[in-house]
Ligand binder design. Structure first.
Ligand SMILES: *[C@@H]1O[C@H](CO)[C@@H](O)[C@H](O)[C@H]1NC(C)=O
Ligand SMILES: *[C@@H]1O[C@H](CO)[C@@H](O)[C@H](O)[C@H]1NC(C)=O
Ligand SMILES: *[C@@H]1O[C@H](CO)[C@@H](O)[C@H](O)[C@H]1NC(C)=O
Ligand SMILES: *[C@@H]1O[C@H](CO)[C@@H](O)[C@H](O)[C@H]1NC(C)=O
Length: 459
């Protein structure tokens, strides 16, 4: 345990020193060119193999390699941009530009799906860098798949609004509205808006309407599946049918300056969902929805979230993991710099009994909590009492090496720190350092956290 703590420590120092900032200025055309050449550069430099599956077993390894993604996180610092603009950028030709309007999109309330598809096809199959522009109008688009692989290095620059129809019958696939599938070196940048117009889905969801017919399923507004070297920046995503943005099976992702909003009572409207994705940084984003601001689930590694404003919603969550006996792994998560206000949870890890796998090397640091119901929570006995039997089981998802550092603020409920570990596979290496949470108590089961500095309350 002392050794683990020490290891955890040395990595944290690296992060504190290397914390870089992101500014959210608008994406100018020039900047898009810089981003393009940056991606080009990363692509050549890293020579990664997206299909190579990582080793989950070495718990310290995930953490060490997190440091390696640091240079990438500086993409938007002005120094880096200048360096790119002055150096590598000059080597690539400026991007060609086409607009969805060139393909018949009207932005007048009529269905523009076909024009978007045609434009995508041309953009995707052209060679070199290309910018596909969505002008400053409001475009109605049905469920659509922007699929790769593409020949070009493609930027979709959205100035206007992409709107979902409120007609639920047009969704053949109830999982997706806008889907980017298997595209490499993709940039999706604002300053525009993606609007899921989800109210019709919320009204019919089983959470709101327990009598059938009700829908358990509803589309995710924007899904990135199997995308490597992806930048998503400076966009507003609102009122998703269900989840707002999902990164799944992706690799090397930078999501920044996103504003994600939906009403507090909209069901299952997670802000940003990360599934089986590696090397992802989510930064300088403001998220307030009816579910998790950020949720991180199985297969995700080296996930960084920094400068996040969250609330309302359910906070920042890892899990749930191990549901229905599944074997799930998450490792190398760093949340550095977040402000949570009025959320149901703050920083949470939840795993089901009966599962296996692990959640390891997780750091939550520099977090302000205002009136959060469960500010710090680890629950290895997570259970939905309505549908599951919640009795003690032999196996559990291992929770190991978790550091909470510099966490301040207030609880809304009387609970501040809740660490419920499993009896059979108890948590290990739980460290609390410099924690000051007011109006709440600490409760721990099957675990003795290590304390450093001022920690209040304590178990
Ligand atoms: C993540 O990025 C780092 C740095 O570019 C790289 O060394 C590492 O191999 C990547 N992870 C995986 C699973 O390929
Ligand atoms: C933090 O995020 C906000 C909102 O997106 C942004 O305006 C601000 O510049 C960011 N701050 C830093 C230090 O990156
Ligand atoms: C739970 O797991 C069992 C056995 O693997 C499977 O048959 C069943 O469909 C799963 N149930 C759900 C709800 O995923
Ligand atoms: C704190 O949150 C509770 C519910 O979670 C709410 O009723 C109360 O008004 C909030 N207090 C403040 C000061 O925002």
């Amino acid at each position: 345990m002392a050794l683990q703590t020490h290891l955890l420590w040395s990595f944290v120092v690296v992060f504190v020193v290397s914390f870089s900032t992101t500014s959210c200025y608008g994406s100018s055309f020039q900047e898009v060119n810089s981003l393009l050449s940056y991606i080009d550069h990363v692509d050549k430099e890293s020579g990664y193999n997206s299909r190579a599956y990582p080793s989950y077993m070495d718990t310290t390894e995930g953490f060490k390699s997190m440091e390696l993604i640091r240079p990438r996180t500086q993409l938007f610092s002005s120094r880096k941009i200048n360096k790119i603009a002055g150096g590598i950028a000059t080597s690539s030709a400026p991007a060609k530009t086409i607009s969805v309007d060139d393909f018949g999109a009207k932005g007048n309330g009529a269905d523009d799906t076909r024009a978007f598809l045609k434009a995508w096809k041309v953009a995707c199959s052209s060679s070199g860098a290309i910018v596909l522009v969505v002008p400053q109008k409001s475009y109605l688009v049905r469920p659509i798949e922007f699929s790769g692989p593409c020949k070009s290095r493609l930027t979709m620059q959205i100035y206007g609004t992409i709107e979902a129809s409120e007609d639920r019958s047009i969704y053949k696939d109830l999982d997706h509205w806008l889907m980017f599938d298997n595209v490499q070196n993709l940039l999706v940048v604002g300053p525009g808006t993606i609007n899921g117009n989800g109210n019709i889905w919320w009204k019919n969801s089983c959470k709101r309407k327990p009598q059938p017919p009700c829908c358990k399923q509803a589309p995710t507004a924007v899904t990135f599946n199997g995308c490597n070297n992806l930048v998503v920046k400076n966009l507003k995503i609102q009122d998703a049918q269900q989840m707002h943005v999902m990164f799944q099976n992706c690799f090397n992702v930078q999501a920044s300056c996103l504003t994600v909003t939906a009403p507090e009572d909209s069901p299952n409207t997670d802000g940003i969902h990360v599934a089986n994705t590696q090397n992802i940084t989510i930064s300088s984003s403001v998220i307030g929805t009816g579910d998790d601001c950020i949720s991180i689930v199985s297969g995700s590694q080296r996930v960084q979230a920094k400068n996040i404003t969250c609330g309302p919603g359910h906070g920042i969550s890892i899990g749930s993991l191990g549901k229905n006996g599944s074997k799930d792994y998450v490792s190398g998560v760093l949340v550095n710099g977040a402000k949570l206000s009025g959320t149901a949870n703050g920083l949470r890890i939840k795993t089901w009994q009966g599962g296996s796998g692990s959640a390891t090397n997780i750091v939550f640091q520099n977090v302000q909590m205002n009136n959060v119901t469960n500010p710090i929570m680890i629950d290895q006995n997570y259970c939905d009492h309505k549908t599951k039997d919640c009795n003690q089981q032999k196996s559990a998802v291992q929770v190991k090496n978790v550091l909470y550092q510099n966490i301040r603020g207030t609880s809304a409920s009387g609970d501040a720190i809740t660490v419920y570990c499993s009896q059979s596979v108890p948590c290990q290496g739980i460290v609390l350092q410099n924690i000051q949470l007011q109006n709440g108590r600490a409760e721990c089961n099957n675990v003795q956290p290590a304390y450093k500095g001022v920690v209040s309350p304590r178990c």
